[in-house]
Design a protein around this ligand. Structure first.
Ligand code: GLU
Length: 426
């Protein structure tokens, strides 16, 4: 009976990112001895909006798209989080991602609460005009939630600085004046921040450096495998390469490339930029995404989608350290297996927080209309990431838990404290 229930629970989790998020929160609540009613508050998103909206396509037809925007717990400040354009976007996933944003902002101690949004679409199959029409209409539909003081969107999978520019313009057109602080990850020309494009990859590189030290090796000379070649994967490859690491394999949605002697990353970035895919790089063997995750290496960086390492393949992972550049790449079962096998996992809510940290810097610069130089942005980011890693390490050590639980203890505790101090209205 109990066995059947556990198996059923597992199946739900494999399907539901939100079920995983709840389970992680419950585990942290146990360590914090959190009041049951407070836990109930933290489990629920505060607001969820579902929109179905028409978009005029290039051939004159009209297509209806579905989008979401979710706010999790608002205790620590305005809602903050990316917008995802992907065919597999769901409300369940958006809820989980919003909750993870709450803990992420709290772990690195920036004054935001978590949000996430998404549209069910394949941006690669839309023309630039269709993408613009979709973006302007989606942001109009969710405008009752968005604003520089209430909810500040940013890029996520499938969106980029140009999409953020259309969001800023649409919101500003409705207001009748320019509001740069309504969205982050914008181009620098319209109030974006220096350093934002590479910020997540830079944060990943900083924590990889710290995790390597903890495991007794250097990032300089380490063999690194990266899954994903979007904004985060490509910036991570570039910055790790600059730090002296040997990036031996990398993949995109089509598959991976592998050279045990190391890939020439500047050349790879050039080839991929020219031909639009990493397969244009010649000096490597072709491998599948599955094979890539199982390569022997020092650091594995999943930088694509959630749920890529599960109980099925976790036993085959041969990395010393995993740095979760994606949100939720490991299932809880995989996490347990990896921990038993002595793999050090730097959790997503810490590892990929560099993006939202520089989003925060961008928002502060927009509100003050006073802009910083790139060196200043990078130095402040590196300081926040190093300090947060050290805090998580100390809390994990003190409570005899892994880094994920260390990060959850800090994040959940900060949000719980803010919720309690504010009190329940009315
Ligand atoms: N989408 C990114 C994340 O998951 C960035 C969010 C932001 O900058 O607000 O952290």
């Amino acid at each position: 009976m109990v066995q059947t229930m556990l198996a059923e629970e597992r199946r739900t989790e494999e399907r539901s990112a939100y079920a995983i998020a709840i389970r992680q929160l419950e585990a942290a609540a146990y360590y914090l001895n959190l009041d049951r009613s407070l836990l109930e508050v933290l489990k629920h998103p505060r607001r969820e909006l579902i929109v179905h909206f028409p978009v005029k396509m290039d051939d004159g037809s009209i297509r209806v798209f579905t989008g979401y925007r979710v706010h999790h717990n608002p205790a620590r400040g305005p809602a903050k989080g990316g917008i995802r354009y992907h065919p597999e976007v769901t409300l369940d996933e958006t809820r989980a991602l919003a909750m993870w944003m709450t803990w992420k902002c709290a772990v690195v101690n920036i004054p935001y609460s978590g949000a996430k949004g998404g549209v069910v679409c394949d941006p690669k199959r839309l023309s630039i005009h269709e993408l613009e029409n979709l973006t302007r209409r989606y942001i109009t539909e969710i405008s009752i939630m968005v604003g520089p003081e209430s909810d500040i969107p940013a890029p996520d999978i499938g969106t980029n600085p140009q999409v953020m520019a259309w969001i800023m313009d649409t919101y500003s057109m409705h207001k009748g004046y320019t509001v740069p602080a309504v969205v982050t990850g914008k181009p620098v020309a319209i109030g974006g921040s220096e350093g934002r494009l590479e910020a997540t990859g830079r944060g990943v590189t900083v924590v990889a450096h710290e995790a390597a030290k903890l495991r007794g090796f250097q990032l300089d000379g380490a063999r690194v495998v990266i899954q994903g070649f979007g904004n985060v994967g490509s910036a991570t490859a570039k910055l790790m390469h600059q730090a002296g690491a040997k990036v031996i394999a990398i993949s995109d949605a089509r598959g991976g490339i592998y050279n045990p002697n190391g890939l020439d990353i500047p050349n790879l970035l050039h080839c991929a930029g020219r031909d639009g895919c990493i397969q244009a790089y010649r000096d490597a063997d072709q491998i599948t995404n599955k094979e890539l995750l199982e390569l022997p290496c020092d650091i594995l960086v999943p930088a694509a989608v959630h749920g890529v390492i599960t109980s099925e393949n976790a036993h085959n992972v041969r990395a010393k350290v995993i740095v979760e550049a994606a949100n939720g790449p490991l299932t809880p079962d995989a996490d347990r297996i990896l921990q038993d096998n002595g793999v050090l996992v730097v959790p997503d809510i810490l590892a990929n927080a560099g993006g939202v940290v520089v989003s925060y810097f961008e928002w502060v610069q927009d509100l003050q209309a006073f802009f910083w130089e790139e060196e200043e942005v990078n130095a402040r980011l590196e300081k926040v990431m190093r300090r947060s890693f050290e805090h998580v390490r100390q809390v994990a050590e003190k409570n005899k838990v892994d880094l994920r639980m260390g990060a959850y203890i800090i994040g959940v505790q900060r949000v719980a404290e803010a919720t309690t101090i504010r009190g329940i209205y009315p």
